[in-house]
Design a protein around this ligand. Structure first.
Ligand code: ATP
Length: 202
């Protein structure tokens, strides 16, 4: 029996903290894309984030709590394990080497899709992976057809997940103002944040 190329999803992020929209996006991707495996890749050093990220150990611990009981998930720490800024192209190349012949699906929210043409080697990214986009209700700037999509429409796929008005920035801000985020993150993540006094200042 020949080996079929596997369908592998890749979902990167700071996950500072991981929240309900991340989980909804992962669930939509698993169902719609019929993935054999979904690599969730917490960023090491984000080159495009304005704020200082929480320690990798905290983000990793919260991610593991947030992903509990989701099938096919592989928490892939390669970006945290590398030194220097994290670039998606390096991550994709590495997965291509590890699983030759796999079909890759790079999953992202619309804000990231809108900025894709600023990413290192973005044209190679678009060749290596189908770009699977979830709309964001919380960011008006990230709607419509993206520059990269205009150039390579056949390499884009839109997930049908209902947009959620939710971001890690908002969660950090609520916590720093002493407000509850119980409905925005999973219960174990909320407990972790409280136990470690995370995000008390913005
Ligand atoms: P921050 O507010 O700190 O920038 P974030 O909420 O955007 O964080 P990230 O960890 O940076 O979360 O996001 C990881 C991925 O999840 C990105 O591709 C991002 O676009 C996507 N994402 C985050 N929130 C949503 C949302 N509400 N709807 C759709 N996609 C989302």
């Amino acid at each position: 029996m020949g080996l079929l190329p596997r369908r592998i999803g890749i979902f990167g992020g700071a996950f500072d903290p991981p929240h309900r929209a991340h989980r909804a996006l992962l669930e939509a991707a698993l169902t719609e894309l019929k993935l054999d495996a979904l690599h969730v890749v917490p960023t090491g050093q984000a080159w495009h984030k304005p704020h200082q990220l929480s320690a990798p150990a905290h983000r990793l611990a919260m991610l593991q709590l947030a992903l509990a009981e989701l099938p096919q998930i592989v928490v892939d720490t390669q970006e945290m394990d590398r030194t220097g800024p994290s670039y998606t192209i390096d991550t994709l190349r590495r997965i291509t080497v590890c699983v030759p012949g796999a079909d890759l699906f790079l999953i992202m929210g619309a804000d990231q899709a809108a900025a894709l043409t600023t990413w290192r080697a973005w044209q190679e990214i678009v060749q290596l992976a189908t770009i699977c986009v979830a709309d964001r209700a919380d960011l008006a700037s990230a709607t419509g057809v993206f520059d990269a999509e205009k150039m390579f429409p056949q390499r884009f796929f839109h997930l049908t997940m209902a947009p959620l008005r939710l971001s890690a920035t908002r969660i950090r801000s609520l916590i720093s103002h002493g407000q509850s985020v119980q409905t925005l993150v999973s219960e174990p993540v909320a407990r972790y944040i409280a136990a470690h006094h995370l995000y008390q200042t913005v």
